[in-house]
Ligand binder design. Sequence first.
Ligand code: FAD
Length: 477
Amino acid sequence: MVEKMLKFVSLGRAMPGKRPPEDRARDFHEIYAEFAAEKAAEQASRCSQCGVPFCQQHCPLSNNIPDWLKLTAEGRLQEAHELSQATNNFPEICGRICPQDRLCEGNCVIEQSGHGTVTIGAIEKYINDTAWEQGWVKPLAPTRTRAGSIGIIGAGPAGLACAEELRKKGYSVTVYDRHDRAGGLLTYGIPGFKLEKDVVMRRVKRLEDGGIAFKLNFEVGRDATLADIRASHDAVFVATGVYKPREIDAPGVGLRAIVPALEFLTASNKTGFGDTITDGEKLNAAGKNVAVIGGGDTAMDCVRTALRQGAKSVTCLYRRDRENMPGSLREVTNAEEEGVDFQWLTLPKGFLGDAAVEGVRISRMRLGLPDATGRKSPEEIKGADYTLQADLVIKALGFDPEPLPELFKEPTLGVSKWGTLRVKPSTMMTNIEGVFAGGDIVRGASLVVWAVRDGRDAATAIHTYLENKAAQPQAAE
Ligand code: FAD
């Protein structure tokens, strides 16, 4: 038999084609094309099938990557899909938006030996998009019914993965979310050019069709307390994410048209769904000089959204340099190609304007000595300030948890010094009996793949908790 694998010695790394910048920067469609079948098989055949699969070890879901690459190389796509979905509730979503360069692909053995990584993410997307097209993604159908009822607060990837796993086991599951659509940041944070929304919505529909109840426009804290939700269910999973935007402390920051990143991105995603937005004009970059402050992935999503809305100019202000920014270099490159002006080593020291912002006063920075974490600290260059004209400023400095004990009217709910929910790692339970938590609200701002992992682990922990409870002798009346 002809050996199908180990082709990295003769075959170079190739990604699916990227749409040209001038074309893709005019719409919100994804920028990468799909692999053709032969190309996916060819690229999968580059895997060296090394004995210790570092790709799998560095995947938070321990995806069985070497095996599904081999099945793809052999043309056994349906089996590849089955293996891929066995460890991941949203494989075609992770294929699109995981930072593979930091996880599986970054640790690929042939990457380490200088041959260029196997393009794992693009192949994962190809396998699972094909599965949807071919009807291999099966409906969610529990094989038995169990008595327990579980309430899940938050319909992001953590909440949805937990809901699916518990429903599969036969529990009755209700998901509460304050938004009008499920999906969390998959729906209203991440823009369509990274993740088209029908990809998320078909997953949500599958869960609804599988009997999971969604109570949308339902905010815990406003429409019910945590105690109310706990009283209605046998167990509760809190997966509310982190939404308190970090602020800039500079004069003029209260001027009109200085907006938080997520308000801007949510409005853009809602517009994409065809919704009418209150404050639509304020949150639209069309015809404006836009300044985005921050250097993470949220900032990259904002600059590229502003370009697509038809901004006159888009500038990204970041206090460190390109090498030291937290965002994925892949996304920075995409933004650069699309025409974003990056002004590295800059810090806003004030905002100018009467009622609405008209400009940003900027300090130039240089990188000083490394701090305790080893990162070089930016320090101001005196007398080198300048002004950037801007009539929309977007603050993308990261997120902290909202004060959940206060919001949920549950003052005893245990939180860390950062405000994230405290859970016992082995059980994922908070200090309130039967209330579990996971995803960003426990980890702080993290990644979709970690949220899925937490959702799956929480489902196992909740199942164990309910089984143990059922096995306990009932207290005498
Ligand atoms: P979320 O996705 O935040 O979902 C929480 C849900 O809880 C939301 O739907 C919210 O409405 C709901 N909720 C909150 N409070 C309440 C309440 N009181 N009552 C009812 N419902 C409530 N990660 C990647 O891996 N790749 C990326 O490319 C990427 N891009 C990103 C881009 C942006 C702009 C942002 C902000 C984040 C990005 N991330 C990315 C991070 C990723 O989206 C998160 O780590 C992940 O979504 C966390 O999942 P979660 O389920 O914990 O929370």
